[in-house]
Design a protein around this ligand. Structure first.
Ligand SMILES: Cc1cc2nc3c(=O)[nH]c(=O)nc-3n(C[C@H](O)[C@H](O)[C@H](O)COP(=O)(O)O)c2cc1C
Length: 186
């Protein structure tokens, strides 16, 4: 075993004790569970509980990922902001399919939110721009607030016995269906 491999192997994957996700008590609406977990992360010691990995697709289908900040959640979806002319802005204009991954270490929790991005109104984008710490008073027509409208969620609660609990929510018209995911989870 290489030195790096043994150092990596010695690192704990999850903290303990870990919370338990009870399948019998799941809400019908995944936003409810997401907000509950986000609130817990905000109230805890996570330094950037609103940061997530955001994946989009290049023109040839190659997935690419980077860190973004969650700005809000409402009926439009899960909000994020960026420059329209950024690489991800171009990718989303060509193919709006995208995915967010939140990882809250302290709780051994991960949530994947997958769907399509829609560009929100200019007034929303400019308000967002004006609230940035670096705002100097000038509007920025390149700045864009988007919302990811989710089609699926996967919530994972790690367990000390590694029989991690994973729950998938799939949009079904105006409702959601959820079920435990039984494939291996590592
Ligand atoms: C903690 C953190 C938060 C970030 N938040 C944002 C964000 O909200 N919006 C943004 O455009 N870039 C954000 N970035 C920078 C992006 O990760 C990325 O480097 C940049 O947007 C260019 O991405 P692209 O070339 O794939 O379009 C953040 C980076 C870090 C490390």
């Amino acid at each position: 075993m290489s030195d790096l491999e043994s150092r990596l192997r010695s690192l704990p994957a999850f903290p303990h004790p870990l919370p338990v996700l009870h399948e019998a008590e799941l809400p019908a609406d995944p936003d409810v569970l997401f907000r509950e977990w986000l609130d817990a992360a905000i109230s805890g010691t996570e330094r950037q509980p609103h940061a997530m990995a955001f994946a989009s697709l290049q023109a040839d289908g190659t997935p690419v990922v980077r860190t973004l900040i969650l700005k809000d959640i409402d009926a439009d979806g899960y909000h994020f902001s960026t420059h329209r002319t950024s690489r991800k802005g171009g990718e989303l204009a060509a193919d709006p399919r995208c995915s967010m991954l939140f990882f809250w270490r302290e709780f051994g929790r991960q949530v994947r939110v997958t769907g399509t991005a829609v560009a929100l109104a200019d007034v929303v984008s400019q308000r967002d721009w004006s609230e940035r710490p670096s705002y100097t008073g000038s509007p920025n027509s390149d700045w864009q607030r988007y919302a990811l409208r989710p089609d699926t969620f996967e919530f994972m609660q790690a367990r000390e016995d590694r029989q991690h609990t994973r729950i998938e929510y799939v949009r079904a018209g105006s409702d959601w269906q959820h079920a435990a995911v039984r494939t291996p989870a590592g």
